[in-house]
Each structure stands twice: as structure tokens, then as C-alpha cells.
Design a protein around this ligand. Sequence first.
Ligand code: ADP
Ligand code: MG
Length: 692
Amino acid sequence: MGKTILDLNLDIKKLHSIANSLASDLKKMDIHTVADLLWYFPGRYDDLSNIKLVKDIDENEVNTVCVKITKIKSYRAWRAKMIITELIAEDDSGTVEAIWFRQKFISQILKIGDQVYLSGKIKAKKSSWQFISPSYEKAKADLIHSGRIVPLYHLSGQITQKQLRFLISKALKEITPVDDPLPVEILNKEKYPWLMESLKQIHFPSDQKSLEAASQRLKFQELFYLQIKYQLAKKNYQSQPTYQISLNNHLLNQNIKTLPFKLTLDQQKALYDVLADLNKDIPMNRLIEGDVGSGKTIVAILSALNVLSHGLQVALMAPTEILANQHLATIKKILPAKYLPQIALLTKSHQLLADGTNTNKTELIKKIASGSINFVVGTHSLIQDKINFKKLGLIIIDEQHRFGVRQRKTLKEKNKDHKAPHLLSMTATPIPRTLALTLYGDLDISLIKEKPAGRKKIKTFLVPEKKRLDAYNFIREKIQNKEQVFVICPLIDDSDKLGVRSVTAEYQKLNKDIFPDLEIRLLHGKLKSDAKEKIMSDFKNNQFPILVATSVIEVGVDIPQATIMIIESAERFGLSQLHQFRGRIGRNALDSFCLLFTNDISSVSKKRLEALCTTSDGFKLADLDLELRGSGEIFGHKQSGLIKLKIAKLSETALIKKAQKWAQDILTDQKYLARHDLQATIAKLKNETHLE
Ligand code: ADP
Ligand code: MG
């Protein structure tokens, strides 16, 4: 092979014949280029740096010695039919032995007279020590497998630690040094090592301190790039022309006065944030984050009113028909009657005007295009090809995590007025502040933390199995009182993706043995959406008392008479998810109860579930989840893949803030922006940006 120029983009197969033959394993590890290889960081390290004299070997520790080989032989053990290799070696202080099984190459690699490092567990023999299958490496200037802090990687397929270390070390040694992509000001100020040095140290640290410094730098770089991307996306979005919509103070105040309740302080603040954004000539991109039942909808509707009063259009998109219907009902109650003729519902199965008159899709689409319908409430149907808006001022997306980036984008592009609509998203997933910065760095966020006054706490209990029958008796009493019950079951296993088996088993048990006289219905992922909606709306209208469901049950739906929720195998759910489930009860003046069952008595599970019993603050629970189980839990599995970090953790608050601050400085200061190196980095990141 001719000499290859080793740069970061080099195809990994060209690095070395070993890489070529292991290409498919490397691919599984997402390693395609030299850069991927160098950014494949160790999962942990073995500290084998403490090299001992033979006389100081301690039977209770992992020992590393540097010895000279005096004897080595391999033979086939006749009974075990395997190759055994034995070695004797010495340093100035004494002699050691070593033994390996089934490693026929060792005696070809190690020869008498070689100086070699041995690391591993030791066994006392009659007159000396014996290493059992130690790791070994010939002594040379740069050790990679022993006699140092040794990296250990997550592996796939056939590839071994030694092979991967060899490839990484080769790449590190031969790569053409690249300029450090971080501005030198950051490196100096934060005292970060250079990129090349950091990469060397993260794989083959000279000591713990250098490892820590390298790790900090690489984490920072990852978070910094992410923040730059967010801020670029934000700038990009904000550079579009939009409608500047002034505050119709009188109208809003009039309307707020007629509400059957007083807005909470957090609702007022969120509303103010939105109205202030609308009043700017840059498009809003704001997320209202508020616990289940915190009253986000009213904030959205009042914002919509302000937009409607200027003759502009509003689209409200919800993830299901039942939610869209619910929103329409709320809107009809809240908005001044004179707006009703401009309001319509558009879903797959319903097209109607707010005054109740039926219409059809074609007619509705025409009215939206001509601007005679100004407020459309709907589902995914709103992003159909045919729909266009005349002058869309505001898009509201409820339960935004249920929609993909592309769906949100499609809706934005439906405005035919060449202006970017303002965008208001809502979510009930309480995300810790720093996590929000990392996940939604391109959005502005309003928090609604406070619950409306008079809302009762949902009494939550971890019920021991022996009290199960008592719990069922309790439920029976409540049902006699016309109250309703949710029973939530987790998926049994991976093969039960839609939860059909788990809920069916629970349903049969309840139906046959516990409540044979009551009507119980089943809700799971396999049902068609029409069937799901029918069950939910029947339940909402209290046509049957018990609903057994998987986690597909709808977020945000008001079921006033539901006061009890049973959650089976509760330990399987994230705390935030459990908290959202239970937010579906407790929506009226009656006492509500959430009863948790679990088969897992481990202390972590108990701690988590007890936290759910004692706290009703979704943000606190999210923080705790993050601490105990990592970020994936907060979103459930589907969304945990939202961003993939190689080294930084979403819980690293201080570092995330630091990265955000630097990204802001770099992108706003001409001193930085004029520089070629930074321009290149920024241009590259811009290309990778696929946000809002
Ligand atoms: P979410 O934030 O989960 O979407 P909703 O907007 O659906 O919550 O509100 C839940 C319920 O609380 C609704 O019935 C709504 O009318 C009521 N609500 C909203 N704000 C207040 C308030 N300030 N005081 C009393 N009830 C309120
Ligand atoms: Mg809601």
C-alpha cells in the first residue's frame, strides 16, 4: 500500500488492514472514518499505571510488573485439548510466572529476553507468584495495553480491545495535525488542552488529571457546537419577515374578566411573554412548558384572540381528534360570540363551523384560503397538501412532542403571504431547565409552574400486593358513586410493542375475577385511531366505569369523573411519565387517588415511586428522574434519541451554561465573526442544522 495521507476524513478501511477486515464491526459501532474512530471514546479505564517490583506484589490487587522473560513455552494439554502457554520472567527483585489458555499466538509474540509488562490477577504458587491470563505488552516507549491508564471501549462483533486500541493509537500517531477548531480565546480562558492533545489524552491518558482536562474540553466542544447550531437556527428563523401584532389591551382585558376563574400568575406571565413576542417584527418561536392541568390552553386561546382581532389567521394543531374537539369546545366558551363564524374544526372525521353548522372539507379549505375562516382547530389534517392560509399570523401546537420537526415546518409553510407565522408550542413534559437549553436551545421558554388555585392534590400510594383486594373494594365503592377508573399497564416485553398482550391479560383478569358485573374496555396501540377516539369519548361521557390502557392513553384529555388511576408494574415507567398519567385524574372537586403497584422492591425503584407519592411537582420529579435514571426516562424511549451526545451528559449544568454563554459571545462579537477559522467552523455547523 502506498503511503496514505492520514486526515480525519480518511475512510477507516484505509487506515490499516485490520480496520479493513473489521470494517463491518466498526460500521456497527458507527465508525466510518478516522474522525469517527478518534471520537469513539472509552467507556471506562483500567488504571494499570502503578508498576510494581516483583517483591512488592500484593495478592489482593491487580498488579502490573515489568519483567524480562527467561522461559516461555506452549503445549497442548492432552486432557483439556487446549493450548497452554507458560512463562517465567524476572526483575531485579524476584521471579514471576504467568499462564494463558487457548492463546496460541503468545509464544510467537513473546520471546526469551524480551522485556514485557504483565498486568492482572495473581495467584500464590509454592515458591513464586503466578499471573493467570494477564494482559501483556512488550516494553517500549509508548504502551497502550498495560503499564498505564488503559482505555476500555464498548465493542461490537469480533473486534477486541487490543485491536481497537491499536487502531486508535496508530491514527493518533500518524494523523496530520488539524488546527484547533475552538477559538484560542476559549482555550486560554478555560485552560483547555488543544484538540489533538485532548484526543490523545482521552484515549491514552498520562494521568488522571490530564484525562479530566481532556474530557472537560471534549465535552465542552460537543455542547458548544450544539449551542452554536441552536443559535444559528434561531437567527435564521428570526431573519424572516413576519407580522408585527400589537397588543389589543382593551379586548383582552374584557375577555379575561369574563373567564370563570382568575388566571394564575404564571399564566399571566406566559401570556405576557407571548403578547410581547407577537408585538415584535421577528417571528416568535416560544414553548410554553407547564405541568398537566396547569392551564396552558387558555393562554394559547387568549393569544389567538389578540391575533384574530387584527384580522389575521390562527391555526391550532392537536395530536388527536378528541383533543381538537375539546379545544374547540373551550374556544367556543371563551371567545366573544362575534368571532364564532370565523372559527372551524378540521379533522379527518369532522369538518364543522364553531356555530355548529356542518361543512365539508372542500368548502372549508376554500374558506381558509380566502380568509373567511380565521381560526382553524385541527389535527394532522391541517398539514395536508391542499390547505393554504391567506394570512397566517400564529400557529399553536399542542403537545408539541407529539409532532415531528417536519410536520411543524410544513404547517409554517402553508402561509401564502410570504411571511413567517409566529409559533407557539405547548408541552406538558416538564423538562429541567438545563435539559431544555440543550434540547430546545433554539426556542424561548415560558414556564407555568403554579397550578390553578383549589386544585386538589392527587393522593398517591404505593400499594403492597397484600392490599390489592382492599384496593379493588375501594374502587368498587367509588364506581357506585359514578366515579371512573383508569388501569394503566406497561408493555410486557419487546415483542409486545403495542401492549396488546399486557392489557389484554389485565383486562381478562379484571373482567372475569374482579369486576364481572362492570363494564370494562380496553385501549391499546393496535386499535385504529377512530376506535381509540370512540373509546376515549365514551369514557369522557361516563358511559362505562373502567378503562384498561397502555401508555397510549391520551395526554391532555379532560375526563371529569375519572378519580382513580391504578398503575401496574409502575417501576417500568419514568417518573415524568407516571406523573403525566396521573394528571389525567383529579380534574374536579372530588378526591382523586393514584394507586401504584410494583413487583420490584429494589431500593432505587422504591425511592423513585415514593418520590411520586410525596411530590406533585413535575419539574422536581423530572430532575429526580434525570439523576436516578438518565435523560431517556423523561421522554420515554421514542424521544430519547432526539439528540445523541458522545461524551457530554445532559445533566452537566455548569458546562451547558458555559457552552451557551460562549456560543452567544462568539456569534455576536464581530471580533470573532471576522475570522476565517471560525467562519469555517460556523459554516460547517450551519450545514448540519436541521432545526425549526
Ligand atoms: P393543560 O395545561 O394540561 O393543557 P388545560 O389548559 O387543559 O391544562 O387546563 C386544565 C383545566 O384547568 C381546564 O379545565 C381549564 O379550564 C382549567 N383552568 C385553566 N386555568 C385555570 C385557572 N387559572 N383557574 C382555574 N381553572 C383553570
Ligand atoms: Mg393541554
